[in-house]
Design a protein around this ligand. Structure first.
Ligand code: GDP
Ligand code: IMO
Ligand code: MG
Length: 438
């Protein structure tokens, strides 16, 4: 176990999504942050929507880490996050207007910026894809990561320096305007308008900008507890997910991206926890073997109010997919799992879990790489008795109804890692700590 210079144990815990996003990462981070000193987001952009419900209200965070509600925690947006400046400024203002302090918020000087042309390109790309559209959030996040990899991005360190920004935009905008006009047939963007608006955003964001990797590294040497907040889910990851129906974050949304996206080495990460819903959801297009169209799928959506925190789109719903869960547990090297939304299943007479797939009667025991093959996979379900009792008030595992305990134990067995936390409602205290994570 890594230790600080003074020999103190220093947990660095990564919290990721084990499915297709929206598993309840925000809710989990909000709970765990009580015992951490830093909460740092390490990937993606405002395509994410992390909901936190606490005594100050209901908040949907798109960029700001979910530890922000504790005045004494340092909240960091690491270099792996792409920042849309007006969106971040609005989120900050919204938090402040609800009495939440952002004095401990820091944004990495190495973050890439989502520019207006990224948003135009996101929409235009989706139109060009036609029936093969990914179903993106239209936030420009994919195109911003494309530019990062293509070495034509603009970073926060440039944005907050008017001269550096002018120089960089002078190089980048003519290139992007040529792409907008020649490839997509769109109007070019006016240099002065973009420059002036974004220079102003840069001026307003500058007080938050820091070399955040150094802050994390110094906290490590002091032996402090650090939570690394993932976005999206492992099945939306570029390498491990259901490509091409994935998101484009570099670094990866899996645990492997955490060190890179925050500026620490992989040996410094001590624990990886994945959040899983007690059933399955997905927003956007792409294969989803356990999807239930109509009937129980609609029931899950209405009982769970499964509508996206970012776009408000209805989420596709189905029974828990243990083949996919086992796959994401393995590829993230999980130390533990969190099961959320158990309460959404409270009224069902029976619940099902997909334990394996088959194609034309032949078992498929691994999560396939091929989108086409996954789309042909038929789920094989195991049916368990429902508990038909409310669980939202339960705070100890042994107080859950017997069939609810058996359901969680069966998920634990199928995922193959210990369940550390069970969530029975969106509020901070609606949680059952099975094994301490911090
Ligand atoms: P994230 O993107 O992983 O942070 O998840 P989202 O915030 O997009 O979606 C999770 C939704 O489930 C939010 O509306 C949460 O308030 C809600 N939620 C989280 N845990 C629970 C739970 O245990 N029960 C219920 N009923 N809702 C929950
Ligand atoms: P959180 O962090 C659920 C999905 C989109 C789409 C695909 C690509 O809240 O769990 P993008 O805009 O990223 O290029 O869209 O990825 N997607 C998410 N789905 N939760 C998210 O984030 C998501 N972020 C992206 O719906 O299918
Ligand atoms: Mg979400």
């Amino acid at each position: 176990m890594p230790r600080s210079g003074r020999g103190k144990f220093m947990p660095v815990i990564v919290v990721i999504g084990g499915q297709w996003g929206d598993e309840g990462k925000g809710r989990t981070i909000d709970l765990l942050a009580q015992n951490a000193s830093i909460v740092a987001r390490y990937s993606a952009g405002n395509n994410a929507g992390h909901t936190v419900v606490n005594d100050m209200g209901t908040f949907r965070l798109h960029l700001v880490p979910a530890g922000i509600f504790y005045g004494d925690k340092v909240c960091i947006m690491g270099n792996g996050v792409v920042v849309d400046p007006p969106v971040l400024l609005e989120e900050i203002q919204d938090l402040q207007s609800k009495g939440v302090s952002v004095k401990n918020l820091y944004v990495s000087d190495r973050c890439h910026i989502v520019m207006p042309y990224h948003i135009l390109i996101d929409r235009a790309d989706e139109e060009l894809r036609g029936p093969a559209a990914i179903g993106t959030t239209f936030r420009g996040v994919g195109p911003a990561f494309v530019d990062k990899v293509g070495r034509i991005g603009i970073r926060m360190v440039d944005l907050i320096n008017p001269d550096a920004f002018r120089e960089r935009l002078s190089l980048v905008l003519p290139y992007k305007n040529a792409v907008l006009q020649k490839l997509y047939g769109l109007e070019p963007l006016d240099f002065d308008k973009v420059y002036e608006a974004y220079r102003d955003f840069g001026r307003r964001l500058a007080p938050f900008v820091a070399d955040t990797a150094v802050m994390v590294q110094e906290a490590l040497t002091r032996g402090e507890t650090i939570l690394l907040e993932g976005a999206q889910g492992s099945l939306l990851d570029l390498d491990s997910g259901t490509y091409e129906y994935v998101t484009s974050s570099v670094p990866s949304s899996t645990a492997a991206g955490a060190g890179l996206g925050i500026g620490i080495g992989p040996t410094q990460i001590t624990r990886v926890v994945a959040v899983y819903k007690a059933y399955q959801t997905r927003v956007g297009n792409g294969p989803m073997p356990t999807e239930l169209k109509g009937g129980v799928g609609d029931e899950l959506r209405e009982k769970g109010q499964e509508y996206g925190a970012t776009t408000g789109r209805p989420r596709r719903c189905g029974w828990f997919d243990a083949v996919a869960a086992r796959y994401t547990a393995r590829l993230n090297g999980l130390s533990g799992a969190v099961i959320t939304r158990l309460d959404v299943l409270d009224t069902f007479a029976s619940v099902k879990v997909c334990t394996s797939y088959q194609v034309d009667g032949v078992p498929v025991d691994r999560f396939p790489a091929s989108r086409g093959r996954l789309a042909c996979c038929e789920p094989i379900f195991e049916e368990l008795p429902g508990w038909q009792e409310p669980t939202t008030h339960v705070r100890r595992f042994e107080d859950l109804p017997r069939h609810a305990r058996e359901y969680v134990k069966r998920l634990e067995q199928l995922i193959g890692v210990p369940v550390a936390l069970v969530s029975v409602g969106p509020e901070r205290e609606q949680a059952i700590i099975v094994k301490p994570i911090l």
